[in-house]
Design a protein around this ligand. Structure first.
Ligand code: FE2
Length: 207
């Protein structure tokens, strides 16, 4: 698992774009939709490097103000862009498998909290339908339980301390080029193209 790469440069750290490759195993989106999406992801990488450069220079620190200020704009952009980087990397990593069978460990863990795997799945799909940004299966270590998190933007709705295990991009940019307004079809094809091995590796790291 290679995610969230930074390079240490002479003048500080720098975010680096990961090269997710399109393949025939990616059935949830076509190449054109994938390429457009990858350019958006690269945009968040570039913005994080711009934001970090501004923070390094203490840009706007003296005039920081909660009504309006340059520093407020930087801080709003920081969580938006950084979650944009992280969530896109998790999303692209957990799609693209033709082996769409969750392991016994996964089904047992989700059945414990949701009654059955199918009930978890129904709630995850409903979470996706209800979300304008992201649907995320999270683990909450404080309560040792799983939750389906609904985000309207990259940084609106995220549960503190929760660990993302399965990430679905529900921004319109993720599917509209290919599916237009048929987001249910996009969700269904995502559910059939989850790389459960990746999800299982993320779950294994919890133990
Ligand atoms: Fe996206």
């Amino acid at each position: 698992m290679e995610l969230y790469v930074i390079e240490i440069m002479e003048d500080g750290m720098k975010f680096v774009k990961l090269n997710f490759e399109y393949s025939d195993d990616v059935t949830v989106i076509n190449q054109e939709q994938f390429d457009v999406h990858m350019r958006l992801y690269e945009g968040y990488i570039n913005k994080m490097n711009e934001i970090d450069a501004l923070l390094k220079d203490n840009t706007g620190v003296k005039e920081a103000n909660a009504t309006y200020s340059e520093f407020r704009g930087i801080k709003r952009g920081e969580t938006y862009a950084l979650n944009g980087v992280i969530l896109h990397e998790l999303y692209f990593e957990n799609i693209g498998s033709t082996n769409n069978t969750p392991s016994t460990m996964i089904t047992q863990m989700l059945s414990r909290d949701y009654g059955s795997f199918d009930n978890w799945k129904n709630q995850f799909v409903a979470t996706a339908k209800a979300s304008r940004g992201w649907a995320i299966l999270c683990y909450d270590p404080r309560s040792d339980s799983f939750r389906n998190d609904s985000l309207d933007t990259h940084d609106d709705g995220y549960m503190a301390m929760s660990i993302p295990l399965l990430v679905l991009d529900m921004y319109e940019h993720a599917y509209f080029l290919q599916y237009a307004d048929n987001k249910v079809e996009y969700i269904n094809r995502f559910m059939d193209n989850i790389d459960w091995q990746v999800v299982g590796e993320r779950m294994s790291m919890l133990q």
